[in-house]
Design a protein around this ligand. Structure first.
Ligand code: ADP
Ligand code: TRP
Length: 325
């Protein structure tokens, strides 16, 4: 039975279409690890309200994320795939954590500091984001939280908060660990920076062929001719080849760059073809699942009920520890 397995938990905000960076940095791991762990993956719709403030958009995005997960191979028979807002207890737990969290501690969060440095308007939800995430993780007694490097600090908030709660109210929460697999690297975008929605340099995970072509063609290059020797490490096309070509092909491309003979146009064509090879099967699978959205909503609802049972049982323990009984 799954009882003996370690609990893996992660979530993704339904705030836009996923890109290849999200896939390699986070989503793929959920599919890869679902046999080994008691896996739970949720769509962080409460977190999304910090930025998405339109009902139709939030609801659509949420279903889209469910379709994305199904398409990348999340099997709802193995992974408890649910919607965060089906567990209102998370808000209750976040409140309790708020009461043992200091403002200066939250002010050290990278995401908050970045937003402040950019003079962005910061709502209380954004400020408190790490605490809701802490509730997500601790309510499930998660052992492992697979996230990209940029989310590591948030998992540390969860650990710190679990320790603090246990110190104040008695042993209640397990200390979670982030799970950052060694081979998971930061995927570069079309401009060489980290691929990110905020930089407008993404290639969508379920992109149609024409969109892949457009994105790759937009990669800036210098004016070196076909026969000139090029430094592969300074080229944004090559940075992406590393993730889409097999070892032999990478070596071949590297050689042709260094020796001269590979022009940027051909290099881009190779990349387009390799990305298409990778994306096409995912894209087709997603279209299949999208034919029956009602079935997907039903699955989310049923899984939400199961996840809520877990949450309610943990909350009983928490309330007792705090004195809310
Ligand atoms: P974005 O930067 O596009 O807004 P998110 O912050 O929503 O992406 O990240 C969602 C998940 O995907 C996180 O776990 C994050 O670490 C991972 N991720 C995002 N971009 C990349 C990337 N370029 N390479 C690797 N992982 C990434
Ligand atoms: N903050 C995560 C992100 O932006 C999403 C998230 C919310 C999450 N709650 C979580 C991830 C709990 C792991 C565990 O990608």
């Amino acid at each position: 039975m799954t009882d003996k397995k370690k609990i893996l938990l992660s979530g993704v905000k339904p705030t836009g279409r996923p890109h290849i960076g999200n896939y390699f940095g986070a989503m793929k791991q959920f599919a890869d690890l679902q046999d080994e762990y008691d896996a739970r993956v949720f769509i962080a719709d409460y977190h999304a309200i910090t930025t998405v403030q339109n009902a139709a958009e939030l609801s659509r995005n949420t279903l889209d994320v469910a379709l994305d997960y199904l398409a990348i191979g999340i099997d709802p028979k193995k992974t408890l795939l649910f919607k965060q807002s089906d567990l209102p207890e998370l808000c209750e737990l976040a409140w309790i954590f708020n009461c043992i969290t200091t403002m200066p501690y939250l002010m050290r969060a990278h995401a908050y500091k970045d937003a402040e440095a950019k003079n962005k308007e910061i709502n209380v939800g954004i400020f408190d984001y790490p605490i809701l995430m802490t509730a997500d993780i601790l309510i499930q007694d998660a052992d492992a939280v697979p996230v990209g490097q940029d989310q590591k600090q948030h998992v540390e908030y969860a650990r710190d908060t679990a320790e603090k709660f246990n110190r104040i109210f008695g042993e209640t929460f397990k200390l979670p660990n982030s799970l950052i697999l060694d081979h998971v690297k930061i995927i570069p975008g079309t401009d060489g920076q980290k691929m990110s929605k905020s930089y407008g340099n993404t290639i969508a995970l379920f992109a149609e062929f024409e969109d892949i072509k457009k994105a790759v063609m937009s990669i800036p290059t210098n004016s070196q001719g076909v026969d000139e020797s090029k430094d592969p490490e300074k080229d944004n096309i090559f940075a992406l080849h590393k993730h889409f070509a097999d070892a032999e092909e990478i070596e071949e491309i590297e050689k042709r760059y260094t020796n001269g003979g590979l022009g940027y146009k051909e290099s881009k064509e190779i990349l387009i073809s390799n990305i298409e090879k990778f994306i096409a099967p995912l894209r087709e699978k997603r279209k299949e699942f999208a034919k029956d959205e009602d079935a997907v909503r039903k699955m989310l609802k049923e899984n939400g009920e199961k996840a809520r049972e877990i949450a309610l049982s943990k909350m009983k323990e928490v309330k007792k520890a705090v004195g809310l009984y």
